[in-house]
Design a binder for this molecule. Structure first.
Ligand code: NAI
Length: 329
């Protein structure tokens, strides 16, 4: 099957080509992200392979259908960028990689907590300039602190286990509590109680209508003053303007982000020679207590290997049976 791979980076070529080493499919790599303007690049293919910031709304899916696309395989877990109803209506099967390496994202989230708490990102720059002063680098022990986890699925469960290992008190909120986590001491509470009690809150639930702007001004007002917020889920889980206001007032003490609501125009590209036009994002960069990575939590060898294998597996199964391994539609 010919597959148009959108938003393709060198590492996508490497890992997808390795998973397709037997040459079962013809992978055609396109650097641009999928949009209405680029959908025509799929001409000649029967499937498209998409990532988190490829836009597959109703119009784009219609355009893909016109090009003869029958399958869209997402090389990621989240699928908030795809209009599944529209895909069903125009007969495009959609598949994803439901779980590839929860450890990759969980370990990055904990890495952000440690780096931000102990100011490792600031210390790195200081030491390189011969400044060995400790002023402003004071952190706190994770041991004994309360961490609140929103969403204890694949990733949130691993975060919980790592933090239990650190000696944290772990509380969580999820409509589907995990008995194995309760057995090791994780207590489930409601969202408001979680924010009121946590020194650190980390977000690991999917983005959907119920969770969009879950972290808003009202919830922030109920949070423990000076708490740390970590978001490696999806940018729109937080209302970024409300978060900036809370940072300015000290309600949020520290903020770590791997995702951002407006990331589609920024992340995954080298923008170092350009000005940042997004004023909200630019404001975030001015805070000394904000640490941002550009959607790299998934980016480990193990995760890329697993993503590529499942993506090719989805295509194989569709060719063989008319249904991908991990269908969303
Ligand atoms: P999962 O499906 O295994 O777990 C999600 C959990 O969230 C489930 O336990 C579910 O019951 C819970 N949940 C659903 N609605 C909720 C609500 N309203 N409040 C609290 N919990 C709720 O998903 P997984 O693999 O753990 O991934 C979580 C999210 O992480 C993904 O949806 C994706 O958006 C994001 N992600 C980010 C990556 C990155 O590189 N930054 C990479 C992979 C995933």
């Amino acid at each position: 099957m010919q597959v148009a791979v959108f938003g393709a980076k060198p590492y996508d070529r490497t890992y997808l080509s390795a998973a397709n080493a037997a040459g079962a499919h013809r992978l055609v790599f396109h650097e641009p992200r999928l949009s209405l303007a680029t959908a025509a690049l799929a001409a000649g293919a029967e499937a498209v392979c998409l990532f988190v910031n490829d836009q597959a709304d109703e119009k784009v899916l219609g355009a893909l259908r016109q090009e003869g696309i029958r399958l869209a395989v997402l090389r990621c877990a989240g699928y908030d960028n795809v209009d599944l109803g529209a895909a069903r209506r125009c007969g495009i099967a959609v598949a994803r990689v439901p779980s590839y390496s929860p450890h990759a994202v969980a370990e990055h989230a904990v890495g952000l907590m440690l780096a931000l708490d102990r100011k490792i990102h600031r210390a790195y720059n200081r030491v390189r300039e011969g400044n060995f002063s400790l002023d402003g680098l004071l952190g706190f022990n994770l041991h004994g602190r309360t961490v609140g986890i929103i969403g204890t699925g694949g990733i949130g469960s691993v975060v919980a286990r790592i933090l239990i290992g650190f000696g944290c008190v772990v509380i969580a909120q999820d409509p589907v509590p995990v008995a194995e986590l309760e057995a090791i001491g994780v207590a489930y509470v409601d969202r408001e109680a979680l924010f009121a009690r946590s020194d650190i809150v980390t977000l690991h639930c999917p983005l959907n209508a119920e969770t969009r702007h879950l972290v808003n001004a009202e919830l922030l007002a109920q949070a423990k003053r000076g708490f740390m917020l970590v978001n490696t889920g999806r940018g729109a889980l937080i209302d970024t303007r409300a978060v900036i206001a809370a940072l300015k007032h000290g309600q949020i003490g520290q903020l770590a982000l791997d995702v951002y609501e407006g990331e589609a125009g920024l992340f995954f590209e080298d923008m170092s020679g350009e000005m940042i036009r997004d004023d909200v994002f630019a404001r975030l960069l001015t805070f000394p207590n904000v640490l941002i990575t550009g959607h790299q939590a998934f980016f480990t060898e193990e995760a890329l290997t697993a993503i590529a294998a499942t993506t090719i597996g989805n295509i194989d199964a569709f060719v063989r049976t008319g249904r991908p391994l991990h269908p969303l539609t």
